[in-house]
Design a protein around this ligand. Structure first.
Ligand SMILES: *Cc1c(COP(=O)(O)O)cnc(C)c1O
Length: 385
């Protein structure tokens, strides 16, 4: 049998490789601490779990869900956008339920790019932006990202011949993996750029809730004219410790929301309505669980940043996200440093090169490990250096 040519172009999924290495060491009885994957270690807050327990008993929820999401869930999403950001959305035309934002981001390519088209993706970013393009036999142009520019992707550097065939510009701040945050002036420039070049701006806002030191991350839809060219992805995964539940939503430009909805109508039958019911409670219920989580991650961030600086590794203390992005020592590459840490300290960090060309020279350290394991990992790293 012969598989599709685009599959041969796919880079191996970064976390799958790391998981395999971890499993091999653990099979030898070695205690490996993973600071690799960004998956919250705390359980989903109890009031959300209780809502799910109730929702799952309702026979109406056992049937096929509404394709675009239940009206109640979409209304909850719109209420959340209005309360948090002052963004008024039509829940019918401008909101779409997703089976996790990864699903939505990947399928956005099916809705917008044809073979040979380009997407513009940050040269350090979530692998799905370019992976989704490859699966459509489309191409990715990586926008340069430099530390001296605060890791703001330089979309203005895109060559004219690429722009001619470009369809989507992907951005996401607070940024995974760099932890960078974007000033609103940058977002305004990106919107103007997309309007000028007839691009869809896909804004991945998975970390909007995980902010520190009083920083408040915006929705891109707060910005003038955003509704003309932007689709924004919100996920409940990181905000409410719900990565396993697979629930998120897309919102913004009605044409983009409808196009993504058409793709999904034909590929999936929506997320389990009971999960949507619990997610609506998460979005519209008390938010102190989010505040507590931010305080926890901020404490862990300080722990890791202090320890890294003490052993001479350069890193900024991020104002948001669940990651610390650190420069590797001189003479190391991302991969050689990550490998050294795994072999000598039995600590997994993610090589920055796995996030794209400009990620070389960095590693990503995730803060989703219990405090005492994080302290132990830092101790081992110090010893190994
Ligand atoms: C975690 C993450 C997501 C995916 O979230 P899901 O809703 O769980 O699919 C999307 N984008 C970025 C940048 C992430 O880090």
């Amino acid at each position: 049998m012969r598989t599709a040519a685009c599959l041969d172009e796919m880079a191996p999924y970064l976390f799958a490789q790391i998981d395999a290495k971890r499993d091999a060491l653990r099979a030898q009885g070695i205690d490996v601490i993973s600071l690799g994957i960004g998956d919250p270690d705390l359980p989903t807050p109890p009031h959300i779990v209780d809502a799910m327990a109730e929702a799952i008993r309702k026979p109406a929820n056992h049937q096929y869900p509404d394709y675009a999401g239940s009206p109640a869930f979409r209304r909850a999403c719109a209420a959340y956008m209005a309360d948090r950001f002052g963004v008024e959305l039509d829940p019918d035309a401008e909101v779409l339920a997703l089976i996790g934002s990864k699903e939505g981001i990947a399928h956005l390519h099916t809705a917008f790019v044809d073979p040979g088209d380009y997407v513009l993706a940050p040269s350090i970013g979530y692998p799905v932006y370019s992976g989704g393009a490859t699966l459509q036999s489309a191409r990715t142009w990586f926008m340069p990202m430099r530390a001296e520019d605060g890791f703001l992707a330089d979309f203005e550097a895109t060559p004219p011949e690429v722009l001619e065939r470009a369809k989507i510009l992907f951005l996401g701040y607070p940024n995974n993996p760099t932890g960078a945050c974007a000033p609103v002036e940058y977002l305004d420039r990106a919107i103007a750029f997309c309007l000028e070049h007839d691009l869809l701006l896909a804004y991945d806002n998975a970390y909007v809730d995980i902010c520190f030191d009083g920083y408040r991350a915006p929705s891109i839809l707060e910005r003038p004219r955003a509704r003309e060219c932007c689709i924004e992805f919100f996920s409940l995964s990181k905000s409410y410790n719900m990565t396993g539940w697979r629930i998120a939503f897309a919102c913004g430009n009605a044409q983009a929301v409808a196009a993504l909805g058409t793709v999904k109508n034909n590929l999936d039958s929506g997320q389990f309505t009971a999960i949507q019911e619990a997610a609506a409670v998460a979005l519209t219920g008390p938010q102190d669980c989010v505040d507590e989580m931010c305080a926890l991650y901020q404490r862990r961030r300080d722990l890791v940043v202090d320890a890294l600086r003490a052993i001479g590794l350069e890193c900024e203390a991020p104002r948001a996200t669940i990651y610390v992005w650190a420069r590797v020592p001189d003479g190391d590459t991302s991969a050689s440093f990550a490998e050294r840490l795994l072999e000598r300290a039995h600590v997994i960090v993610t090589p920055g090169s796995g996030y794209g060309p400009d990620g070389e020279g960095y590693v990503r350290i995730s803060l989703t490990t219990p405090d005492e394991r994080l302290v132990e990992a830092v101790r081992r790293i110090k010893e190994a250096m």
